[in-house]
Ligand binder design. Sequence first.
Ligand code: FAD
Length: 446
Amino acid sequence: MNKKLLPLDLIKELRSIAGLKVFNLSSDRERFSRDFFDYSPVLKKQLQGCCADLVVRPDSVESVLSVAGSCHRYGIPLTIRGAGTGNYGQCVPLFGGIVMLMGALRQIRDLDPGNGQVTVESGCLMGDLEKYLISQGRQLRLLPSTWRSASIGGFVAGGSGGIGSVKWGFLRDPGHLLGLEVVTVEEKPQKLQLDAKAAEALNHAYGTNGIITALTLATSQSVAWQEVTIDCETWSIAVNLINSCARAAVDLQLCSLLEEKIIEKIPHWSGPPIAQHRLLILVAPDGISTIERLAKSVGALFNLLGPENYRTGSGLRELTWNHTTLHMRALDADWTYLQMLLPQPELEAMNTLKKKWGDDLLWHLEAVRQQGVQRLAALPIVRWRGIDSLKKLMSDCREIGAVLFNPHVFTVEDGGLGVVDVDQVEMKRRFDPQGILNPGKLKGWL
Ligand code: FAD
């Protein structure tokens, strides 16, 4: 697709849409064209010049339909933006055009008291949704560590998992997303209701094949999570312990392991560092004694911090997932990261990499459930030494048997398993036949 000048008639048409706020200051266009892609020096170089020609914010599904119709009529790119906290430039408009902010569509439409299914508009912030759910005795199963500021639509369209993945796996596992309300981008845009099966094709498709206006999601019973840390003298004790905690018959919401050199540097919300590797755990009250027993049986230091306090923003959950990278980068922007599923057994493979890469590679592990099996994912902090060094490291990771999810690319497929998802492409053909939704991000379409 080539970049097109925005027709004046389109601007006029957009300005006449009831309930649509239009932003055309260059400062607004620039700020709404960025996300957190600068965690990757590779993406930073590729994406920093991309900018929307105009930004709009609809206040209703009707105005979304009108924007979709106008963009279709003029063949102008339309990129959807939730809260803009993605890491891969997912909501960066590669070819300019219109960026549409979904933040005003934030109503929680329904919570079914019988089965806990919640229906919510896509721009609702996950922090607001979680607060409401907890007041009703429920909670979200999966949250990114950006859960306070990210939108629920952006999480489903651009995220993958996070806090809760130790128990609930990943967003694309069947059972999380139960339905979608979607607006198509056609001559006469439609508002459609998709069931769980049809909704799968829009899950993690970066808003390339439909505009999500509302979602129905499964929730779980709310639990008063308890914060626990465990300090381990050696890496092998720590890795064995994270595995035994994740596999024990206890209810966990988070089970992370950070190498000593990371613990030293990040905020000391988990307690003062004592030159040991540290597990950060959220566990249900009835699981505390088991975690304590497992820790003590290997001579590790167990520490119960107490009930999680959601209000502060300085809990254990804000030290994990990509927040670990955030804190390291706050001290030194030369740190970047990788994402992978580790081979089993993990220890020898990790030691091989550590021997070769030393302190240019700091281990950060997350216990996850992958296709029903407990596994360890890693989001290691990586010292940026240029593209060739990064490529070499990625090749070494593959060599030891890790499955990489490359965070230095901007297409849906390259960041995932590298293969085209035929259903995603087919949905784009149906819902966006001109290919103007977030163009350049779905390789299968190209
Ligand atoms: P945006 O960034 O605005 O959008 C993401 C994608 O979804 C874009 O392609 C956009 O076009 C599309 N989109 C947004 N809304 C819609 C819609 N209504 N219809 C169709 N498409 C839409 N991610 C995780 O999965 N797990 C983590 O633990 C995690 N931790 C993070 C920590 C840090 C410090 C940072 C910076 C990022 C992290 N992320 C994580 C990435 C990101 O924060 C989450 O995926 C977040 O949920 C994205 O939500 P958002 O509202 O910001 O989406």
